[in-house]
Ligand binder design. Structure first.
Ligand SMILES: NC(=O)c1ccc[n+]([C@@H]2O[C@H](COP(=O)([O-])OP(=O)(O)OC[C@H]3O[C@@H](n4cnc5c(N)ncnc54)[C@H](OP(=O)(O)O)[C@@H]3O)[C@@H](O)[C@H]2O)c1
Length: 290
């Protein structure tokens, strides 16, 4: 039986992976889930010991420093988790030839070009978080059995994310200001989790080989944060007025790309998948709420 390790498993993506791992599709695989208290990915010695000791065949690395604004003040901490540790994971995987799937971000792009970003486009991050994630992408892609899947605007019914924040604030407030001049695509973490497991299972079963490949994955469609917030409020039937505002009216420590839509052509054709539209996935996520 092949063994998959999910790191950073208490995060929103990790929790979606846990939920899917219990389904019959994966009954022939053994899953291990760790987070910083059980396996700190910045501890190279522990990582090597864990991978060798547990006979790991594949890692899905969801561990990350994800506080984009705090990363401006804590650049070293962000770089250690997002930039350095993925390389250490790759080194530990190389000892055993394990497959490594790492999750990257659309924030590696500067958003100056209003055309969907392809994998081969030059990444010029605007923030400390983006720079640290780009370093991690490069480290994993240097490993012959390393694959990176970049995603954008991740949300789920679990954890800390824009969807949950808007849902909570719309209950508390009559009016919400949300920026309309940053455009991208939301990604339901459950959809991404399915794709990561498909990559893992294809690779472990010999159906596919994805060494040193970079993929972009988000839901289909394009929207602003304002559109996303409005749809959340409308679909959940809340009575809160969502007002469009400009980024300049809502200053934050980290700069964000104004446009970060990604082209999904490569992953769609390599995995032969249909990608759901963000509005359809949002409805699915809302149906998971209590
Ligand atoms: N969220 C987004 O909008 C978004 C967009 C694009 C890409 N992504 C990428 O998607 C991936 C998953 O994101 P997510 O939203 O699921 O993140 P998340 O909810 O913040 O989960 C990340 C998990 O990693 C853990 N972690 C932090 N440092 C660690 C360490 N040194 N060792 C082991 N675990 C550690 C965190 O623990 P603590 O909570 O205790 O720190 C947390 O449980 C990340 O690579 C992220 O960069 C996210």
């Amino acid at each position: 039986m092949k063994t998959l390790l999910v790191t950073g498993a208490r995060g929103q993506l990790g929790q979606e992976l846990q939920g899917l791992s219990y389904t019959h599709l994966f009954r022939n695989y053994r899953f291990l889930f760790t987070d910083v208290d059980t396996l700190d990915i910045t501890d190279a010695g522990k990582v090597e010991e864990y991978i060798a000791g547990n006979g790991i065949d594949c890692i899905i690395n969801c561990a990350s420093y994800t506080n984009v604004d705090k990363a401006e003040a804590e650049q070293d901490a962000a770089m250690l988790v997002n930039g350095t540790a993925p390389g250490m994971l790759a080194g530990a995987c190389a000892e055993k030839g394990a497959f490594l799937i790492h999750v990257g971000t659309d924030f590696v792009f500067d958003g100056e070009r209003p055309v969907p970003y392809r994998e081969e486009d030059t990444a010029t991050p605007l923030s400390s978080y983006g720079r640290s994630k780009l370093e991690g992408d490069r480290a994993v892609l240097g490993y012959e059995r390393g694959t990176v899947v970049r995603t954008s605007w991740l949300y789920s019914s679990y954890g800390h994310n824009f969807f949950r924040t808007i849902h909570r604030l719309a209950v508390e407030k009559d009016e919400l200001n949300v920026v309309y001049d940053q455009v991208g695509t939301p990604t339901y973490a459950r959809d991404l989790a399915r794709v990561l497991l498909l990559l893992a299972v294809n690779s472990l079963s010999g159906k596919g080989s994805y060494g040193q490949e970079l993929f972009h994955y988000s839901n289909e469609g394009v929207c602003s944060w304002y559109d996303f917030a409005l749809e959340i409020v409308t679909l959940t039937g809340m009575h809160c007025h969502v007002r469009p505002v400009e980024t300049d009216q809502y200053p934050l420590p980290a700069r964000r790309p104004r446009y970060s839509v990604m082209s999904k052509a490569r992953i769609r054709s390599r995995l032969e998948i249909d990608i759901p539209h963000w509005k359809e996935s949002l409805r699915n996520c809302i149906s998971q709420l209590d």
